[in-house]
Design a binder for this molecule. Structure first.
Ligand code: OAD
Length: 388
């Protein structure tokens, strides 16, 4: 079974079963093999969709899709070797040949943090580490909660979250709107929603500029975001510092043969209520946002190097409910401080006895970030950055 993004404890099968209970069986996705093999007749290079690593060459466009086949449950995979969760054949061979991970010289990384006299860390300690320049490789992991101050709802907040407000789309269960199997059968709900989601209407807020500030100070190793609103880019975080783990609206491609399609053209058609069609196989074209059941972008695999290098992890505005994003948080070295800025406890921060290096600051994210920024003495600089 192919699982690339799924809610914890909720497999594709469980989702399907829950849908079947509520609304009868989903139409079976016969399209897949059929359409792909049609393309294959035209292009010998196109391999079977069952191959682990698929290099599809269509009209001079080559896209290597990393393998994401999981035959084991998430927990058993995690307990054996987390890397198996997300690495495709190409990445595995890089590890075997020593091109990945072994490159990271652990001895060159900062020594472990000593917690004050063995006590748990607190926000003041984190501020101290940043001020003393002991943290020069900060990773930020973000979710929809960082954009609520820009007027974009998150997904799961009761009442206000997107998933609580999808009645008008008439879909069997909320996540169906981002489910590739459902999309294949009926792309219209997603395209209706996409009209509202296309970036352009909203502006970055204080939180996005805080991350930009980390970059300006040379402290940001990478920002991993699940958001598809492009506000990180608009805030000026450069592409090399950004991993858009759940894809982007800035490119588009056929969801069957992966042939690229001009993003502007796709947007124009979607905005005018049309369904963009692939010029090669006539499959439906969609913006390259990652749906449940799809593979994550290759850049996401940077995490295997980045997280080993990180000296501070800041997690903000995410429920950490979606895999594999939710689990890479556990791949920083055990002594690395992890700071959660969120409305509520999530993921490993739910533990009653937190790890000594875990720090939680609950409340409204803008307020928490403002507090952190003023403790760092960066307030005026950040204000100036936002104004300019
Ligand atoms: P969620 O909606 O699951 O979680 C957002 C988190 O941010 C929650 O814990 C909120 O309490 C918190 N939050 C919201 N506003 C906040 C605020 N102003 N201050 C502090 N905390 C706040 O969103 P994600 O974790 O991003 O995928 O969801 C992950 C993925 O699930 C998304 O990328 C999306 C969705 O399915 C797609 O399908 C595109």
């Amino acid at each position: 079974m192919m699982i690339t993004r799924s809610r914890k404890g909720l497999t594709d099968l469980a989702t399907k079963q829950s849908h079947e209970r509520k609304a009868g069986p989903l139409p079976s996705p016969k399209y897949h093999a059929g359409r792909i093999s049609e393309v294959a007749q035209h292009k010998d290079e196109v391999k079977s969709p069952t191959m682990k690593t698929e290099a599809r060459v269509v009209s001079n466009t080559t896209r290597i899709k990393p393998a994401t086949v999981l035959s084991e449950s998430l927990d058993s995979v995690l307990s054996k070797n987390f890397c198996q969760l997300t690495l495709g054949e190409r990445n595995r061979s890089e590890i075997r040949t020593g091109k990945v991970n072994q490159k990271v010289d652990i001895t060159a990384i900062h020594p472990p943090y000593s917690t004050r006299r063995g006590h748990s860390l607190c926000l003041e300690d984190i501020v101290g580490f940043i001020k003393q320049k002991r943290t020069k490789n900060i990773i930020v992991m973000a979710g929809a909660g960082i954009s609520t101050a820009s007027g974009i709802p998150d997904f799961r907040s009761p009442g206000t979250g997107l998933y609580a407000n999808l009645k008008k789309y008439n879909i069997p269960y909320p996540e169906a709107i981002f489910d590739i199997k459902f999309f294949t059968c009926d792309p219209r709900p997603f395209f209706l929603l996409a009209k509202e989601l296309y970036p352009g209407k909203h502006k970055p807020n204080y939180v996005h500029y805080f991350v930009r500030m980390l970059h300006e100070k040379g402290l940001l190793l990478r920002m991993y975001t699940q958001n598809i609103d492009s506000l990180e880019t608009i805030a000026g975080i450069p592409p090399e510092k950004l991993v858009e783990a759940h894809g982007t609206f800035s490119t588009a491609s056929c969801h069957l043969c992966y042939t690229m399609y001009p993003a502007k053209e796709a947007k124009k058609e979607i905005m005018s209520g049309k369904i963009p069609r692939c010029k090669i196989c006539l499959g439906t074209v969609k913006p390259d946002v990652v749906f449940f059941g799809e593979e994550l972008p290759e850049r996401f695999f940077l995490h295997s190097k980045d997280f080993a290098k990180a000296d501070l992890l800041i997690v903000m505005g995410t429920s950490l409910q979606i895999e594999p994003f939710g689990s890479i948080i556990n791949t920083v070295r055990p002594t690395v401080p992890r700071l959660l800025l969120n409305k509520d406890h999530v993921g490993p921060f739910k533990r009653e006895a937190l790890k000594k290096t875990d720090v939680v600051e609950l409340g409204d994210l803008t307020e928490s970030v403002k507090k952190l920024v003023s403790m760092l003495g960066w307030h005026d600089e950040l204000k100036e950055l936002m104004e300019n």
